[in-house]
Design a protein around this ligand. Structure first.
Ligand code: HEM
Length: 296
């Protein structure tokens, strides 16, 4: 899917955008205005109008994405056109400006547009790069598969712990309950393991001093290892060893899921830049056009 919007219909929109760019370059080279080249010549106005229409079209992608019943082309096609026309816009707006930059609303509009286009390129880069990376982290297995594996390990650990004693059951259940590999966006981005564990839970204590850090299930493994060292019953020793192995596998799987969540949030974060900047651009564009016509 991620490749498809790049190659959509045999690069249809890449071809259109390239043709448009050539026409614009030829018009710019052949243009011989009576005044120095700038946005106020006939060609300048033409390119400015074209650029403004393209920006409105690019903004419309947000509407099209959410119009689930729309028959106005597929979202993949829209995205493909969005990308290639967005890149052509850089050329169109630069030639529209005639390279006349200064400390004014016109240049601010241009800078905002460059930032939106830049963030769009960052988005494409993440879309193309990270899905394959995510698959590598999961050894090519799907996200649902990984989550199901985790649920299986949870069940196995609980069953084994119950067969040992009540205290072990409560310990393992608590470790599962307090597993936290990133609820907030920041925790996901920083891949922070905030898992906790209440030790001595058999004392029915709610004292928060009993809640310790359980990063990478370390506290649970240490507690189980302590229990193993103190055990003399052969059956119990075997069960604790199995439980330790499952806990180790669970910790490794959690690490994989955490890495995947980190990559997923990296995939989303660029849009938090792209979208607000594109609205700022729209506002600047409206002021830019209003001031131009006001002074005309
Ligand atoms: C001035 C130029 C641009 C404007 C105003 C603009 C604006 C927007 C808007 C409003 C959306 C919809 C976001 C949403 O509602 O979720 C969007 C999405 C997107 N834009 Fe742009 N964009 C521009 C240029 C570009 C460029 C040059 C690229 C790539 C090279 C790009 C890549 C993307 C991608 C990949 C999405 C889709 C995100 C998704 O659906 O997951 N944009 N853009």
């Amino acid at each position: 899917m991620h490749q498809s919007f790049i190659r959509y219909k045999n690069y249809r929109y890449a071809v259109y955008a390239t043709m448009l760019s050539f026409v614009v370059i030829i018009a710019y080279v052949l243009d011989a205005p009576y005044q120095p080249v700038n946005g106020g010549t006939f060609l300048g106005y033409t390119l400015g109008t074209l650029g403004a229409f393209i920006i409105v079209f690019l903004m419309w992608l947000g509407v099209r994405k959410r119009s689930y019943y729309s028959s106005l082309g597929s979202v993949t096609g829209w995205l493909s056109a969005h990308i290639y026309l967005g890149l052509a816009l850089f050329l169109i707006a630069t030639l529209h400006s005639g390279f006349q930059f200064g400390w004014n609303i016109h240049t601010l509009t241009y800078v905002l547009m460059c930032l939106v286009i830049g963030s769009g390129c960052w988005g494409i880069y993440t879309y193309l790069k990270y899905p394959s990376l995510m698959a590598q982290f999961r050894n090519e297995s799907s996200h649902t598969e990984v989550s199901e594996n985790l649920r299986d390990l949870d069940q196995q650990a609980l069953r084994l712990a119950t067969s040992i004693d009540k205290q072990s059951h409560e310990l393992v259940a608590d470790a599962i309950r307090r597993t936290d590999i990133g609820a907030s966006l920041w925790a996901q981005l920083s891949a922070k393991d905030g898992s906790k564990l209440m030790i001595n839970s058999d004392k029915q204590s709610t004292d928060t001093a009993n809640i310790v850090d359980n990063k990478e299930q370390h506290a649970l493994i240490v507690t189980l290892a302590g229990k193993l060292a103190g055990s003399t019953n052969v059956d119990e020793i075997t069960s604790i060893q199995e439980l330790l192995e499952i806990t180790g596998n669970r910790a490794a799987l959690l690490k994989k899921l955490q890495k995947e969540k980190q990559l997923q949030s990296l995939l989303q974060i660029w849009l938090f830049v792209h979208l607000p900047l594109s609205f700022a651009l729209l506002a600047a564009l409206a002021i830019h056009i209003t001031t131009v016509f006001f002074y005309w």
